[in-house]
Design a protein around this ligand. Structure first.
Ligand SMILES: [Zn+2]
Length: 111
């Protein structure tokens, strides 16, 4: 479950920011998570519960899903994708997804 490592790294980054910017509590963390990032939202939330202490005691974890995009080379149809490979709905050609593999903290609400 690499989500535990991701959450630990997220906590480390937040603690670093807290030191730099002098805040003591985080109300919420907003993250963008790509649909093809191979990260389970449920596992991420579960792992987040396990690191709740200090700064993150009452923090709300807000996850915004980013879908990958694909463009058919056969007919040019654009599509939002939830898998790495899909089939074009118009012509049946294979479509490779681009993007959707990111995970980033986009906003911290702090006290
Ligand atoms: Zn097509």
């Amino acid at each position: 479950m690499h989500e535990v490592s991701l959450v630990r790294e997220m906590k480390r980054l937040v603690e670093h920011e807290a030191e730099l910017r002098q805040f003591s509590r985080v109300k919420s963390i907003h993250i963008e998570l790509g649909s093809n990032a191979c990260v389970s939202q449920d596992a991420l939330r579960f792992a987040f519960e396990s690191v709740r202490s200090g700064l993150l005691e009452d923090t709300n974890l807000d996850i915004h899903t980013i879908l990958a995009k694909g463009c058919c080379r056969g007919c040019g149809l654009s599509a939002m994708m939830t898998e790495h490979i899909g089939v074009c709905a118009a012509c049946g050609a294979l479509i490779l997804a681009a993007g959707g593999d990111e995970m980033r903290i986009t906003e911290l609400e702090v006290v």
